[in-house]
Write a protein that binds this ligand. Structure first.
Ligand code: ZN
Length: 115
């Protein structure tokens, strides 16, 4: 009785999963948000007729998920959130609450100076 070793080794066939090409929704994927992006997002988010997240995504060239992430990151969903002028650079920025009067840019600059 001879034991024949099967010579066929496991070779993964090309799977359909690998063929899925995520449609490039935008050119900003992975890019950071600029202050202008934040302001545009804030102006849309706080407009009386707030566009849908999908519409804001199209306007900013980002995915709806990215819009939600940024809305959450900036605290736009919090009550009392609105645009206020920065106490340091006077530029309007998105302020998450009444005590938040310094823009992210100035806060970051401060942190870099202190480090
Ligand atoms: Zn500032």
């Amino acid at each position: 009785m001879s034991l024949t070793q099967p010579t066929s080794s496991y070779a993964p066939a090309s799977t359909d999963d690998c063929a899925v090409n995520p449609s490039r929704v935008n050119d900003h994927k992975g890019e950071g948000w600029t202050e202008q992006d934040d302001l545009l997002l804030a102006s849309m988010y706080f407009s009386v007729a707030r566009p849908s997240v999908a519409e804001m995504g199209v306007a900013l060239g980002r995915t709806p998920k990215a819009i939600w992430t940024q809305v959450s990151r900036l605290g736009m969903a919090k009550p009392g959130a609105k645009r206020r002028p920065c106490m340091t650079c006077t530029r309007p920025f998105f302020s998450s609450h009444a005590g938040n009067r310094i823009c992210v840019k100035c806060i970051k600059q401060n942190q870099l100076e202190c480090a």
